[in-house]
Design a protein around this ligand. Structure first.
Ligand code: PXP
Length: 256
């Protein structure tokens, strides 16, 4: 099956936030450009299967208003990334995205670094997963491709894991990249044997997504920075369409 494409539109909001406070000072009732809501509609028209946003504790890009309006306007699956903080959990339970993905959050990081550590907080995460599942919301855990994290994810009762592809994207040469890809494949197969569904993301772009599509057989690929970057020049709909075509092409090239 062809992997679904999740488009992360956080960085549309990053551009807006560069001027947002000035705009808000003038009129809090007005939207301000560029609006991630417009981006989500165009991404959907380009073929996005999932729209992803990350409501960070420091609100550096996506705001609660975005989550609220997107919940009302997204026809694709809405996936909310969040840290395991009670404040954000409550907002998520109120707004009811279709899926939540737990990610680690550090204030000084530029983007999500490293996977979510399920091992050290398994009991608490199991309780949080239950609260979301009881509310009809699917849960995914963004983890490193490590056996202990996969086992802990299974024990905590998640439906999906999202394997962190940052090391794959940042590999210094083809040899290292293949090594990381093998590790990701083993992790994916272990997770599937446990009955978990496997997503993947972070650092994927138009140049490196091919082998991931051909070999990892993920349910969903979550891609943000590279799509938003291309969208600046070619438009959001076109940028998403180009990524979908690449995913299709590489799905057809699969050997198994
Ligand atoms: N998946 C998760 C869990 C993330 O936190 C991010 C970054 O927000 C992505 C995927 C997308 O990463 P990138 O912006 O590098 O494509």
């Amino acid at each position: 099956m062809m992997p679904k494409l999740g488009v992360n539109i956080d960085h549309v909001a990053t551009i807006r936030q560069a001027r947002y406070s000035v705009a808000l000072a003038k009129d809090t009732r007005k939207a301000y450009e560029p609006d991630p809501v417009t981006a989500s509609i165009l991404a959907h028209l380009g073929g996005a299967d999932v729209i992803t946003i990350h409501l960070r504790e420091d609100r550096r890009h996506i705001q609660e208003r975005d989550l609220r309006v997107l919940r009302q306007t997204v026809f694709a699956k809405l996936n909310l990334e969040l840290a395991a903080s009670e404040e954000i959990i409550k907002i998520a339970l109120d707004e009811k995205p279709d899926q939540v993905t737990f990610v680690p959050e550090k204030r000084l990081e530029v983007t999500t670094e490293g996977g979510f550590d399920v091992v050290s907080q398994k009991k608490r995460i199991a309780e949080v997963i239950k609260r979301f599942n009881d509310a009809g919301i699917i849960v995914s855990l963004f983890i490193d491709a490590e056996e202990k994290q996969i086992k802990a994810s299974r024990d905590a009762g998640t439906q999906y894991v999202e394997l962190h592809t940052g090391d794959y994207a940042n590999a210094k040469d083809a040899k290292e990249r293949n090594k990381v890809l093998e590790k990701l494949k083993m992790a994916a197969s272990m997770a599937r044997n446990f009955g978990l569904m496997v997503n993947a993301g972070h650092g994927l772009n138009y140049n490196n997504v091919g082998p991931i599509v051909e070999e990892l057989h993920a349910e969903e690929l979550h891609i943000g920075h590279s799509i938003v970057s291309r969208a600046i020049f070619v438009g959001m709909k076109e940028a998403v369409q180009e990524m979908k075509e690449l995913i299709y092409k590489h799905t057809m090239l699969r050997k198994d």
